[in-house]
Design a binder for this molecule. Structure first.
Ligand SMILES: [Zn+2]
Length: 58
C-alpha cells in the first residue's frame, strides 16, 4: 500500500497583512497590538502619528 500523498495547504504561516505608513511611506507589518484596530492604523509609529498626514504636494 502506498501512502497517499498529502495535498493541500503547505505549512505556510498565515500571511500577515501589511500597510504603508501614510507619513513615511514605509511598509509596516501587522502587529498584534493592532489586531483590534488594524483598519484605523495609518502610521507606523507614534512619531509618525504625531507628525500627522503628509501635506499633498502639487
Ligand atoms: Zn511612518
Amino acid at each position: 500500500m502506498n501512502a497517499a500523498p498529502r495535498r493541500g495547504h503547505r505549512g505556510n504561516k498565515q500571511s500577515l497583512p501589511s500597510k504603508t505608513c501614510v507619513r513615511c511611506q514605509r511598509p509596516m507589518s501587522w502587529r498584534r497590538r493592532w489586531a483590534h484596530c488594524w483598519e484605523q492604523v495609518r502610521y507606523c509609529s507614534e512619531a509618525c502619528r504625531r507628525a500627522g498626514p503628509v501635506p499633498r504636494q502639487p
